[in-house]
Design a protein around this ligand. Structure first.
Ligand code: EPU
Length: 338
């Protein structure tokens, strides 16, 4: 195995932050991954996969293990459904495109999400009315202490809104090595209810959409408001949409009658953080090379050479303004590495 020293992680995180890895190793197989974990000479290890949900605010004084496990296979299939196993290092969007080429349904609403398969369960990726948990069967993960492979089923993963066991009790304890998903072969369940999807299909005069039509609509919507990390460093939504109590919501909506909101259940309401941030005047604002995207205030961007610290300072400023103006606490969705 080839352990390199002082490697820039700029190409390994979608924010494009030029933090350095003290040591760096590419891992392409399970046996090799186990061997790297056993290396006593490098007691501190740090896992990086698609790098699409992290903000590096400092250099990493550890052995950075880049998870580059590849492969897609069919585990079992029936007339109507198929279970697919995808290795952690497969690119998420390329996998979605592959599934559509096979005619498999279930992932179309999750088109164009940056990142890799292995990171998808950590934050239960979601978009346009669908979350990973809707197609998730299980994932395999390697215990970083013992090198043992463990299987996590859907219940054990404890998925929530941008949340799972891997952000809580199991944080930093496992490396997800593969994910099994159940997709439909026919009688696809279409999720077209999200306003922007309906509008996009209508615009293209599509009355009976296929899974491919939905994917195309999602791609068009995302491209219209979310920056491509290859062109402008970013990590998707930087914050989660806050969920507030009915009591707090009643007060909020009285003071802000035009605010968009979603009812989570009888007791809880979700407010789009993008709206709150826009109201505070941050949309499209730039502070050096750190900025707030001009088309979606929930997305922080790196115009080129921003440091992770500069992006973090901006995030803190936004959080404070939102708190002062609305009395609502917003929390980062992105994993901040300090
Ligand atoms: N809004 C504004 N100003 C903005 C952005 C949004 O007023 O700058 C308003 C919109 O007008 C709309 C509402 O906020 O009324 C919701 O906006 P949008 O549909 O763009 O969705 P979002 O809540 O901002 C969430 C996810 C996205 C996902 C979309 C679509 C989170 C944290 N983000 O964004 O996920 O693509 O819904 O389902 O839940 C991601 O996680 O990285 C991500 C991009």
């Amino acid at each position: 195995m080839n352990i390199e020293e002082n490697i820039s992680l700029k190409d390994y995180n979608t924010f494009g932050i030029d933090a350095k890895a003290r040591f760096f190793v590419e891992t392409t197989g399970l046996a090799q991954l186990q061997k790297v974990l056993e290396l006593k000479a490098y007691p501190k290890k740090f896992i990086i996969s698609g790098g699409s949900n992290m903000l590096l605010t400092t250099d990493i004084d550890a052995l950075v293990m880049h998870i580059n496990l590849k492969g897609i296979s069919v585990v079992e299939e029936s007339e109507d459904a198929v279970e697919i196993k995808a290795m952690a290092g497969e690119n998420w969007h390329e996998f979605v495109m592959w599934s559509l080429e096979q005619g498999y349904g279930g992932l179309e609403n999750l088109s164009l999400i940056p990142g890799n398969i292995g990171t998808a369960p950590i934050q239960n990726i979601g978009a346009y009315g669908v979350e990973l948990k809707d197609v998730f069967v299980s994932c395999a993960a390697m215990d970083v202490e013992t090198g043992e492979l463990v299987s996590f089923d859907k219940d054990t993963c404890n998925f929530g809104y941008r949340d799972s066991i891997f952000k809580n009790e199991a944080k930093n304890k496992y490396i997800i090595t593969s994910v099994n998903l159940r997709l439909t072969k026919n009688n696809h369940i279409l999720h077209t209810g999200y306003g922007a999807i309906e509008e996009e299909l209508k615009k293209n005069e599509i009355i009976y959409p296929t899974i491919r039509d939905i994917s195309n609509a999602v791609i068009a919507i995302r491209k219209s408001k979310l920056p491509d990390p290859k062109e402008l460093g970013n990590s998707g939504s930087f914050f989660k949409n806050p969920i507030i109590s009915k009591k707090a919501f009643d007060k909020f909506i009285k003071a802000n009658p035009t605010a968009p909101f979603y009812e989570v259940d009888a007791k809880n309401y979700k407010i789009p953080a993008g709206w709150l941030i826009e109201q505070c005047g941050f949309k499209g604002k730039r502070f050096g090379d750190a900025g707030v995207h001009e088309k979606q205030a929930l997305v922080l961007v790196n115009y080129g050479s921003a440091t992770g610290k500069e992006i973090l300072d901006l995030a803190v400023k936004i959080k404070e303004e939102v708190r002062n103006r609305f009395g609502i606490k917003i929390k980062a969705e992105v994993n901040i590495i300090k």
